[in-house]
Each structure stands twice: as structure tokens, then as C-alpha cells.
Design a binder for this molecule. Sequence first.
Ligand code: ZN
Length: 205
Amino acid sequence: MMNTAPDPYPIGTPGTPWGDEERAEWLSQQSRQRSYESEVLSVIERLKSDFDVEEYGCLDYGSDRYPLMAIRSRDWHDDLPVVLITGGVHGYETSGVHGALQFVEQHAADYAERVNLLVAPCVSPWAYERIHRWNANAVDPNRSFHENSPAGESAALMRLVEPIRDRALLHMDLHETTDTDETEFRPALAARDGKPFEPGDIPDG
Ligand SMILES: [Zn+2]
């Protein structure tokens, strides 16, 4: 019978969590594959004619600097409920980033005077550019929404939403499952944490 155990992930020692050396090796293998500026910031720029746009934080990864942008209803009324939409918490989940932007462009006007919209379309731009799940420190922003967050992406978003937490009627956080979850991201997670990889487990967004 064939041995169907997957090959070990190419970085690190199976069963041993990564240290700084393994994280640096992982980082050295990531490359920029698309442009946050031309695919995301340019669309947000266009939306400024009809929406309020704000920079709610900024990420510095070496020489790469990423402004974190949010879009708000221009006719914001404090007595209306807030609908929060976030995309790109996992940068490689492209549909959420562009889905959030398209929703603002094509449908946000339908909700004017009914709710306040707050949209953060690309929470993790470094990962958007590298089509990855983690940030540059090999940290998953979606597991980092807590105090003293190790992810700047998550800390900035928590600061943005703090004032509306009591008035948010709905939060849509846009994710998707990709084929690469099984071939790259789940094996990488198991390797990073020194755990065995079990193919076919249900992906977790
Ligand atoms: Zn996700």
C-alpha cells in the first residue's frame, strides 16, 4: 500500500513550533504578486466623491508602508444603526476585498438614510499583495482580535470599531475557502505551530 502521509512542510522541523529563524525563512519566500495601491486604493480614491474616506491606521513592514482605509456613509446620523462590512482580513481571500468595494460602489446608495455604513475593505493589505493568509510576522489577523493583539491589522480595526460597538446592527466579515487552504495554508499553520497536519479537516475560514 502507498504511504499517503503528506510530505513535511519545507520549513522547520515537524513537531517543533517555528522560531524567529523559521519565520524569517518563510518571509523570505513571500513575494509581492499584485498591487494594493492600484487594485484597492485607486478604487477607494474614486469613492471619495460620494463617501467619507479615512485612514484608520498604517502598517510598516520594512520598506513597505500600507495605509489602512475605511469608507463611511457621508450622511452619517448618530441615531441610525451601523452596518459594518470587513473584507481581506485574510488577504488572499480576494472576493471579500472586491465584493466590499463593489457593494459600496453599486449598492450603498440604496441604504442611505436607513443605516450608517462603515466598510474596511482590505484589512490585511500586505497579505493581499502576497496572496497570503498571514501578515508579515506569520500571524493570522483573524485569530488576533483581542487585547494586546500581535497583529497591527487587528489592533487598528478594533480601534476603528470601538466607538460603534454598541450601535452595530450587523457585521459582515467576508471570507472564502480556496483550494490553497489544503495545499499551503493549513500545512503551513500546522508546521508553524509544531502540530501534525490532518488533510481534509474542515477549513476554518
Ligand atoms: Zn478567511
